[in-house]
Design a protein around this ligand. Sequence first.
Ligand code: 9MJ
Length: 668
Amino acid sequence: MNKAKAKARINILKDQLNEYSYNYYVLDNPLVPDSEYDRLFRELQSLEREFPELHTPDSPTERIGAAPLAAFAQVQHHKPMLSLTNAFSEEELIAFDKRIKDRLKSTQEIIYACEPKLDGLAINLLYEKGLLIRAATRGDGITGEDVTLNVKTIKSLPLKLRDNYPAILEVRGEVYMPKQSFLDLNKLAHANNEKVFANPRNAAAGSLRQLDSKITASRNLAMYCYDVGEYSGARFANSHSEVLACLKEWGFSVIPYAKPVKGIAGCMVYYKDILSKRDELAYEIDGVVYKVDNIEEQRDLGFISRAPRWAIAHKFPAQEEITVLEEVDFQVGRTGALTPVARLQPVNVAGVTVCNATLHNMDEIERKDIRIGDTVIIRRAGDVIPEVVSALLNKRPATAKRIHLPKKCPICGSHIERIEEEAIARCTGGLFCAAQRKAAIKHFASRKAMDIEGLGDKLVEQLVDTGLVNHVDDLYKLNLNQLSNLERMAEKSAQNLLEALEKSKITTLSRFLFALGIREVGESTGRVLAQHYGELELIAKASIEELQSVHDIGPVVAARITSFFAEPHNLMVIKSLRQLGIHWPKVKKESKDLLLSGQTVAITGSFTEFSREELIEKLQALGAKVSSSVSQKTSFVLAGESPGSKLDKARELNIPVKDEKYLKNLLI
Ligand code: 9MJ
């Protein structure tokens, strides 16, 4: 690129980055995913390196954060708050490690203090004589906004320090909103027709920037601390790990999973471990941070304009990317619900090529104002289905088309019904609709239902399309000849499938109830019904009133159950299934004197001898209630390998923690 071209490109990049940054920091309304911002930022950095004479003092690369908002008083940090340089690859880390060793003239491996990188809002706390006197946002790193009243509403934050603290002390950390609180907040905002937040970080920022601190108090914010700024008196720690230990003693909630490791090899192991925990953490993280542990060495290394030389953020692959929405199809589910599916220009998100993403329902499409032809942000997190988050309105082409709900089912042509006030539109075809039949059979065969190994989605589709299977009982009428004649089906696989079908005939009443696909009857309701009634015939005969007297069953679920069993066709299929050999052992009724009766248990981590489902079944067989979260009501937490945040919560609340051996002893 020649200089004139570089200059033009630099100007475009600067304008764009400033616009994005203003929307992100000042308006709490991000226009593009971080990955796009990072790409443009790095492009600008690289052009400025190539043409240093084009690097001006007003470049976004000169900045730390953004200018403070006017509504709050501005305050100067005693010691500047720095940001972190980002690394996206192992090569960049190796270069970082080499720079450090060269500067320190060290031939030994460096000890790095590793921490998760919280995706929240950096805050500086100032304590004088042990009392919190001020809290400020990072702002531009030198001057921030005074958000003391709002930060004081964060319950985990000490307003007064415990013993042996410096008379003047600045503490740095990240204010964040737990993922669940963010979802709850948005649900409420949606119901009240208010603005929803794009992600937990923006929700945290928006909540902290409230002029009315009562609103902040109503938002479930939390803070983890990870550093000190200025302090009076003598040095109190020789390593970053010791700093964290002191913060804990003074009463702060310290960044969890912090760990010193040896060299970049140790950092890489840490990175992989935290990445594997990412989805189960209660808060969003976007990478990990490595800091030279030795404070003396940190001092020798010093700073470059934006960031300390002794620390680096190793970012995780972005979960959000930009692509183009090319078409929208409607998929029909088991209950006839129509889900709009976005057909996308293929894009790589966190290492996986994504071509389709869910648009959830028509309400969401209208709320987000998404149109065909739009450039959209898509998000893929962990195992969940990728979703379209939003459209970039400034990139909308004139040809963009609105998305309409079809009037007829795209599969069976039946009428589409959309009950007013309900977001979901449904095909009225019932089991006449091949899509609903296929979905019902897939559900019946699934792992948590009848667990028919080898009966995958593609095979179910083939079986329905060839007319071999219309209803779930037809599965058990298949023979070797029919199966081996199917496309891509060898005799051995056909034989295996027949064996899997035979094996699935022995089941449990709760699995069978779940497998039937009664609306609103999930795994747990299946278990409750099986426990309470013990026999299928009693459930089928129960009235709405009787069903409602069962713990956890409300009027809607009760009505779904009775209408399912009132349908002669359903009774016929059940009868046929039982004639074909589906059976289950008699249900053992829960008794008050089982070993874990009356106890509530939460599970975290992985176990060597049991899968998650098996554990739940075992615990319930012992009379325990299994809960998905830890609270004061939890009797104990059962922790396996690589436990998640539930273990931290248990420790915080002083709840007993037991291991796999404990459970095995109970089972003897
Ligand atoms: C976050 N965001 O979790 C730092 N951070 O250290 C952690 N940020 C940091 N450390 C020095 N864990 C500057 C920023």
